[in-house]
Design a protein around this ligand. Structure first.
Ligand code: ADP
Ligand code: MG
Length: 698
């Protein structure tokens, strides 16, 4: 057992109490955990503040001065000790809420001290529980201009485990271990990227000699962290391809060719062609396909899905296509039925509102194999739905489907069907690389030709009359308009009222019979929703007032204006999805973001980004920066993003390098059995046993 596995209790000066705190508050159980407690930032300890330079809400500061007065102040519960601290520019207070006697006795009046800590403002600056050092000792103790500031908690501070104590503990750790630590990267990688050795990196992350070495230490540790994550992901992908056999679709048969040659309603874009080729390659191999297809709204994913379905049917397999809502499933069904009307294939729709009699027929046809393609909602996943020979499952808009549901699909056949997941919510490339390293990814990064970019503007509620006038003009030209209200679960009641108020006021401004208005929201029965959608789709109504139920997939090319009410309440990806409902026809389309005057900075950034670009990928990067990866992906998947030192957004370049290196390493040496990869293999094996990636170092 390595010395780094030693419980932290055994480190000199760490008794049971401190050990307890370190474990509970910082998750430091062993020497190793302490070694991998990386500083949040560094403070230049050659920099001193004057009292008159202090600012509210600043970080830790250090000040030279003298204590000129000490007093005990009675307060409701207990006492506090207050010292007046002065330099030549002013005075401030130092405050202790505990340990009075001991501290009081140790303080020297009128002697130069260096104090260090965070200041609060209560009618003047105060510093609670400062770290104190006599100026004379302080001068002797400064070893580096950069001093580590470690993560901390209020409890630790209150119990006297200050930053200085943490530095001390790490120092002791380095003394006990002589600062020599096992290397974890291979010699050739160290050399290729000119990386610090493990020991040098760890020493400089805790006790930087200078800024340059600190930067190198950070680079090395970030690279290492990302490299091992990528190594895991890439290897998982390779293993899956080896282990999980799929049905090879080796025929590009009659249906595919017939459709391609005679029934394509338009010329495919180059991006669509490329993606279809990628899918064909997957399907032709004997491994199961597990592919994520990303394409912005309107980029034409449906036709790619259809061509993939045709490949499956050509190879005598059944296929299914799942969508998250009934509206969307129905739309897919109608759209696809139209596209394949001259081809000899059968397709049916299965949703929550499919009648029992029809359901029975569908079940029967699926089981005897006479039904080629099933389109539907979650209903498709029910156990009663059995296929004779399911070879392909396509999931549209995967955000709404969980991993568990994907797993259910896998079990619909003895050999798992090929899976194609389509999403219009682009995941930033950086994130996709980290999260879906085990999925293959295709991207449609090109819109069909002839589209006019949507014009997006931000308007305040006070400009509503002008906006309404604009709507009238558009309707006069024969266009249709969406007006969308937020619907957020927690305040559903309130939102509903907003929606209804909005509907009423719009009905007043756009009276019948000149104007017809549809309304669609989550509280309506599916059949009623569908009816209203259809009226709008057929052009019988000119305005569609709705909540975000229309967010995904709805396709009404004649609709050219999207008005989003209370736009500040929507997330970026949702705004972009909604905007994607227009701009589907040949006419110029508009998106109008309505808000009040009071906006948070974040909301402003989102609105500005929307106005500036139509590119979903660009927006997703902005979103990632605003919200951080955890929020974007949901907690479920964020585990992997529990990075200790690297930052997926800021360290994008290192991530790419790490991924590239991981792929190259495994390509050359799939089992990591080469002599030069010995350290990597060793580390990798350890890694498998631990949840926290940094537990492997020893
Ligand atoms: P999404 O990727 O959002 O699902 P769709 O597949 O619904 O996009 O396609 C959006 C619209 O663009 C549809 O009306 C579709 O017929 C049309 N479309 C798709 N591909 C092309 C293309 N290559 N050329 C012209 N129009 C296309
Ligand atoms: Mg779609």
């Amino acid at each position: 057992m390595s010395v780094l596995q030693t419980p932290i209790d055994y480190l000199k000066t760490v008794g049971p109490n401190r050990a307890d705190l370190l474990k509970k508050e910082l998750g430091v159980y062993t020497y190793q955990d302490l070694l991998n407690l990386f500083p949040n930032r560094y403070l230049d300890r050659t920099q001193y503040y004057k009292i008159n330079q202090l600012q509210r809400n600043s970080a830790e500061v250090q000040i030279v001065g003298k204590i000129i007065h000490i007093k005990m102040v009675e307060q409701k519960r207990g006492k506090r000790l207050v010292a007046t601290f002065a330099d030549e520019t002013g005075e401030m207070e130092l405050v202790w809420f505990r340990g009075h006697k001991w501290i009081k006795d140790s303080l020297k009046l009128n002697t130069p001290y260096v104090i260090f800590g965070k200041c609060n403002w209560y009618n003047g600056f105060t510093m609670p529980h400062p770290e104190l050092e006599l100026l004379a000792e302080h001068k002797a103790s400064i070893k580096s201009s950069m001093q580590a500031i470690y993560p901390s908690t209020e409890k630790l501070n209150n119990k006297g485990i200050s930053n200085r104590i943490k530095i001390k503990l790490v120092q002791i750790l380095f003394e006990e271990t002589k600062g020599r630590f096992q290397e974890t990267l291979s010699p050739n990688i160290l050399e290729e990227f000119n990386l610090l050795s493990k020991s040098e990196a760890l020493r400089n992350i805790h006790f930087p000699k200078n800024a340059e070495l600190l930067a190198k230490a950070q680079f090395r540790l970030k690279f290492e962290e990302l490299f091992y994550i990528q190594l895991q992901l890439v290897r998982k992908n390779i293993t899956r391809k080896h282990k999980i056999k799929g049905y090879p679709f080796d025929q590009v048969g009659e249906l595919f060719n017939e459709f391609y040659q005679n029934h394509l309603p338009f010329e495919l874009t180059n991006a669509q062609k490329r993606v279809i080729k990628e899918i064909r390659n997957d399907l032709g191999s004997s491994a199961q396909m597990n592919r994520l297809l990303q394409g912005d709204v309107g980029s034409g994913k449906t036709i790619v899905a259809l061509m993939t379905v045709l490949l499956a049917i050509d190879n005598d397999f059944q296929a299914c296509l799942m969508a998250p809502t009934e509206i969307l499933a129905t739309q897919h069904y109608n759209g696809l039925k139209e596209l394949v009307k001259d081809l000899p294939i059968t397709l049916k729709l299965l949703t929550g509102s499919t009648k029992t009699a029809e359901r029975k027929v569908i079940h029967q046809d699926l089981e005897d194999g006479s039904l080629n393609l099933l389109i539907g909602t979650h209903a498709v996943l029910e156990d009663k739905v059995q296929f004779k020979n399911l070879g392909l499952a396509i999931i549209d808009e995967q955000h709404r489907f969980g991993v568990a549901q994907r797993a259910k699909l896998w079990k619909k056949n003895t050999v798992p069907p090929h899976i194609l997941v389509m999403t219009a919510t682009p995941i930033p490339r950086t994130l996709a690389m980290s999260l879906y390293g085990d999925l293959d990814i295709s991207v449609i990064d090109e819109l069909p030709p002839g589209r006019k970019p949507i014009k997006t503007v931000h308007r305040y509620d006070s400009n509503r009359l002008k906006v309404f006038a604009f709507i009238r003009d558009e309707i006069k030209k024969g266009r249709q308009v969406y007006i969308v209200y937020p619907l957020i679960q927690e305040s559903e009641q309130l939102d509903y009222k907003d929606l209804m108020d909005g509907f009423e006021s719009i009905s007043r401004d756009f009276p019948q019979p000149g104007y017809q208005i549809s309304i669609v929201h989550g509280k309506m029965k599916p059949a009623d929703k569908e009816y209203e959608m259809q009226r709008f789709a057929k052009g019988e109504t000119q305005i569609m007032v709705a909540t975000t139920v229309i967010e995904v997939g709805v396709n009404v090319p004649n609709a050219s204006v999207m008005i989003i009410e209370s736009a500040e309440r929507f997330g970026l990806s949702q705004l972009h999805q909604l905007r994607g409902r227009v701009g589907r026809g040949a006419e110029q389309s508009f998106c109008i973001l309505m808000t009040g005057y009071k906006l948070s900075n974040e909301a402003k950034t989102r609105l500005e980004a929307m106005v500036k670009t139509n590119d979903g990928f660009e927006l997703s990067e902005v979103d990632l920066k605003l919200r951080g990866p955890g929020d974007i992906m949901g907690t479920q998947q964020s585990g992997i993003l529990n990075l200790k030192i690297a930052d997926i957004v800021k360290d994008n370049d290192i991530l790419k390098l790490a991924r590239h290196t991981a792929i190259r390493t495994l390509k050359e040496d799939p089992n990591l059995s080469l002599e030069k990869n010995k350290l990597i293999n060793y580390t990798y094996q350890l890694l498998g046993k631990h949840k926290n990636i940094w537990n492997y170092i020893s």
